[in-house]
Design a protein around this ligand. Structure first.
Ligand code: FES
Ligand code: FES
Length: 162
């Protein structure tokens, strides 16, 4: 198999073959500019704000400092990938709305992806664990309290038996 045959990534369940140029640069550039998936935000571009957070093989990663070369062959999930088959919101999205965890909304996609990575590992994280999980995500609006409330609410709904 040549190197070219291995140049693909999975994005929200769809296999994307990559040209040589697409396989260079950052994952955030590829998602936003090539796929028009603009949910992941370009806040700082240097790994400091978390607004660009996506899942890479289930782990929260900052797409602005993730090179495409390191994402080849991996499963990427963006906020757009959370929509249900009928267009319904993910429980985290619903909980963020209900808890007043969204003001300007700029940080929200990254916050939700970091929270989703946490809930993929822990069904009933403590408030402290939630705070740790979102510690790399900056929010200038909410003071974080409502965001932690939202993640707790989503956890209860996603894992009612936990
Ligand atoms: S845009 Fe990636 S961490 Fe700020
Ligand atoms: S809601 Fe505005 S930055 Fe978080």
């Amino acid at each position: 198999m040549s190197g070219d045959d291995e140049r693909f990534i999975m994005v929200n369940g769809i296999r994307r073959e990559l040209t040589g140029a697409q396989a260079e640069g950052s994952l955030l550039e590829y998602l936003r500019e090539e796929l028009d998936l603009t949910g992941a935000k370009n806040g700082c571009g240097v790994g400091a704000c978390g607004a660009c957070t996506v899942l890479v093989d289930g782990q929260a990663r900052r797409a602005c400092i993730t090179k495409m070369s390191s994402a080849l062959g991996k499963e990427i999930v963006t906020i757009e990938g959370l929509e249900g088959p009928g267009g319904e919101l993910h429980p985290l999205q619903q909980a963020f709305i209900e808890s007043g965890a969204i003001q300007c909304g700029f940080c929200t996609p990254g916050m939700i992806m970091s929270s989703l990575a946490l809930l993929g590992k822990e069904k009933r994280p403590s408030r402290e664990r939630i705070r740790q999980a979102i510690s790399g995500n900056l929010c200038r609006c909410t003071g974080y309290q409502q965001i932690v409330d939202a993640v707790e609410l989503a956890a209860r709904r996603m894992y009612p038996e936990a």
